[in-house]
Design a binder for this molecule. Structure first.
Ligand code: ADE
Ligand code: ZN
Length: 329
C-alpha cells in the first residue's frame, strides 16, 4: 500500500503556501531579512508546533510568515513546495496565499504574486506540474479591509483564479463577507471558503449561499443530514486535511475522522495537506495516515485522487489529459 500511495497521481486543492515554510527556511530568512522571531533555533521552533486549536496554530503561522520579504523569498518558498509535489507525485496543485498577511507589513503585492508565479511557471516547464493560485481573505479582519485587498488583486486576475476565505473561523462567519464575495464574483473570480473546520455546519451553508463552489475542510457537515444530502447531490467538493485536523484537535484521533464515511456516502471528498510544514507532512504522509487509521481500499484511495481532479479548476481538456496519467500509473 505504501508504494501504491507514493506513486498514485495526486492533485492538491488545499495548500497554504505560507504553511510550507519549513523551520530551516524560517530561521534562514529571519536572519537574512533581520526580522526577529520568538525562536532562537530549530528546536524552539519545533517545540512551538504543539497546538491546542486553530488560533494557537495561526499565532505561530503568522509569526513565521513575517520573515517573507523579498520576491526571491516567495520564489524560494514556492519552488521548495513544487519540489515536494514532484516527490509526492502531485501532478497539479491549487495554491492558497494570504495577500493581507504581506500587504499589512508593507510588502507590495507585486513581489508576492511575482515570486510565487515565477516558481509556478518554472515548475510547469521543468517538472511538468501545473498549478493555479487562489488568494484568501483573512476573516478575522473586517470586510472593508478584505475589499481593499480584493481591489489590489484585480490587476493580477490573470494569475489568480479564485478568492478564498481563511484564518480564525469561530465568530467570523462567511456572511460577514457577503459584499466582498459578490464583488469578487462580479470580477470573474471563482469562490471557495474554509467552513466547518472548527465552527458549526451553518458556516458551510452560508459559504454555499454566497456562491462558494468548494468547501475547504467541511468536517462539521455531518451534524446535518440534510446538508450531507445536499453536498452529495450537488457534488460539492470537500477539501479535507486529515493531519491538520489531528494537529489542531478538530478530531481527537484519525480513526474518528469522517472522511472515509463521507466518501462512502458518495460525497466528493479529497485529501490535502493544508500547512504541511506545521502539521507533519505533505500529500503522501496525509494519504498514509488515512490508510493507517481507516484502511480504505486501493479503489477508495484512487477515488480521493479522482475526486480532486474532478473538483479542480482545470478545463475539461486539461482534466482529460491528467486523467490519462491515472491509467499509465
Ligand atoms: N490558514 C492557514 N491554515 C488555515 C486553516 N487550517 N484554517 C484556517 N486558516 C488557515
Ligand atoms: Zn486551510
Amino acid at each position: 500500500m505504501k508504494q501504491f500511495i507514493e506513486t498514485l497521481p495526486k492533485i492538491e486543492l488545499h495548500l497554504h503556501i505560507e504553511g510550507t515554510l519549513e523551520p530551516e527556511m524560517m530561521l534562514h530568512l529571519s536572519q537574512k531579512n533581520q526580522i526577529p522571531i520568538p525562536y532562537q533555533n530549530l528546536e524552539e521552533i519545533k517545540r512551538a508546533y504543539r497546538f491546542q486549536n486553530l488560533q494557537s496554530f495561526l499565532d505561530v503561522y503568522y509569526a513565521g510568515a513575517s520573515v517573507l520579504c523579498e520576491q526571491e523569498d516567495f520564489f524560494d518558498l514556492t519552488w521548495a513546495y513544487m519540489l515536494q509535489c514532484k516527490e509526492n507525485h502531485v501532478i497539479h496543485s491549487e495554491i492558497f496565499f494570504d495577500p493581507q498577511t504581506h500587504i499589512m507589513r508593507g510588502i507590495p503585492i507585486s513581489r508576492v504574486v511575482g515570486g510565487i508565479t515565477q516558481a509556478l511557471k518554472k515548475a510547469k516547464e521543468e517538472l511538468g506540474i501545473s498549478s493555479v493560485l487562489i488568494a484568501c481573505i483573512l476573516r478575522h479582519l473586517t470586510q472593508e479591509e478584505g475589499i481593499k485587498a480584493l481591489e489590489e488583486l484585480i490587476p493580477y486576475k490573470k494569475d489568480i483564479v479564485a478568492i478564498g476565505l481563511d484564518s480564525s473561523e469561530i465568530g467570523n462567519p462567511p456572511s460577514k463577507f457577503r459584499e466582498l464575495f459578490a464583488r469578487a464574483k462580479e470580477e470573474g473570480f471563482l469562490l471557495v471558503a474554509h467552513a466547518g473546520e472548527e465552527a458549526d455546519y451553518t458556516y458551510i451553508q452560508e459559504a454555499l449561499e454566497l456562491g462558494a463552489s468548494r468547501i475547504d475542510h467541511g468536517v462539521q457537515c455531518d451534524k446535518s443530514e440534510e446538508l450531507v444530502e445536499f453536498l452529495k447531490i450537488h457534488r460539492i467538493p470537500l477539501t479535507m486535511c486529515p493531519l491538520s485536523n489531528y494537529a489542531l484537535k478538530v478530531t481527537p484521533d484519525l480513526t474518528k475522522h469522517n472522511l472515509l464515511e463521507l466518501l462512502r456516502k458518495g460525497l466528493c471528498v479529497t485529501i490535502n495537506s493544508d500547512d504541511p510544514a506545521y502539521f507533519g507532512g505533505y500529500m503522501n504522509t496525509n494519504f498514509e495516515a488515512v490508510y493507517e487509521a481507516l484502511h480504505p481500499t486501493k479503489e477508495e484511495m484512487r477515488q480521493f485522487s479522482l475526486n480532486a481532479l474532478e473538483a479542480s479548476f482545470l478545463s475539461y481538456e486539461e482534466k482529460e489529459e491528467l486523467k490519462r496519467k491515472f491509467f499509465e500509473a
